[in-house]
Design a protein around this ligand. Structure first.
Ligand SMILES: NC(=O)c1ccc[n+]([C@@H]2O[C@H](COP(=O)([O-])OP(=O)(O)OC[C@H]3O[C@@H](n4cnc5c(N)ncnc54)[C@H](O)[C@@H]3O)[C@@H](O)[C@H]2O)c1
Length: 270
């Protein structure tokens, strides 16, 4: 059901790779709520994924940008502002990649070249996007920026590997930049800490099936899926959450504050 919550708003969505991507669902939900969208992803992802199908569906241009390349981000904002005829109202950062995870290298043996690359893509990219936007004055007053994160930023989930560190820094950047952008232009910056979700990035984590089943059992409401995450993000882009900023917001069916559930106790007693 749509409520026109984003009528007249314009936004950039990073990270829609295929129809499982959280960014893909978010783009669909934003469009359904009346927003105009520009889609972006790394050039290689544009070749491998199916983003053009989404672009057609929601009538959005696709502008390639590698988030580790400052010139790409500048070109993205320039073209997006040309397309919209002015600055944007919202940005979704839905990007994550760890070379150590991909290559199955355990945390205690991490290759630092790989660590740097993953950090640049998964965490520093949020700073780069915000810094470029601020310099180019590319976000309207009372705009909203959301980045997606995971609870491994606060607690240990062994196979989440160096992505845990990346997420901890990502959340810190959201807080710190949220201060400066809030003071300067009333732009709010938040992270949404989502349940494990079956996507390309999610399924890359070793033992993901066990991970997702455990979280399901440990959450009073069960795991939140990608469509529900998209709904939540829509509210954060809307004018109904104007005073929410610098927060890490758990969207996880209650997982983060649950010590144990009856379902897990019963499992342990078997
Ligand atoms: N799936 C989960 O279980 C889960 C849970 C919590 C948070 N998240 C977070 O949600 C976000 C989206 O991930 P997803 O699960 O939808 O997976 P996904 O694989 O669909 O999305 C990850 C995206 O990052 C993009 N990306 C990678 N390198 C890039 C680069 N250099 N430049 C630009 N884009 C680049 C990929 O092309 C892809 O579109 C990530 O931040 C992820 O950590 C996922």
């Amino acid at each position: 059901m749509a409520y026109n919550l984003l009528k007249g708003k314009k936004g950039i969505i990073f990270g829609a790779l295929d129809e499982n991507s959280i960014a893909w669902k978010t783009a669909q939900h934003c469009y359904a709520e009346g927003a105009e969208i520009v889609l972006t992803n790394a050039p290689i992802a544009l070749r491998m994924g199916t983003i053009n199908k989404l672009a057609e569906e929601i009538k959005a241009p696709v502008i390639p940008a590698d988030v580790t390349v400052a010139a790409d981000i500048e070109a993205l904002f320039t073209q997006a502002m040309e397309h919209f005829g002015g600055p944007v109202d919202f940005i979704l950062h839905s990007i994550g990649m760890s070379v150590n995870v991909r290559k199955g290298i355990p945390y205690y043996e991490n290759n630092y070249e790989f660590t740097h690359k993953g950090f640049d893509i998964s965490a520093l990219s949020l700073h780069r996007v915000l810094q470029t936007a601020m310099k180019m004055d590319a976000i309207n007053e009372w705009g909203s920026v959301v980045a997606l994160t995971y609870i491994a930023a606060q607690r240990v989930f062994p196979d989440y590997n160096d992505m845990s560190d990346n997420k901890a820094v990502l959340e810190s950047i959201a807080r710190n930049f949220g201060y400066y952008y809030g003071t300067k232009k009333h732009v709010r910056v938040n992270t949404v800490s989502q349940s494990p979700t079956r996507t390309t990035a999610g399924s890359g984590v070793k033992g993901f099936d066990g991970f997702i089943n455990y979280a399901e059992k440990m959450s009073p409401l069960g795991n939140a899926d990608a469509d529900q995450c998209a709904d939540y993000v829509v509210t954060l882009f809307s004018d109904l959450t104007k005073m929410v900023t610098m927060q890490n917001l758990f969207h996880d069916g209650g997982f983060s504050f649950t010590g144990v559930t009856q379902a897990v106790i019963e499992q342990m007693e078997k």
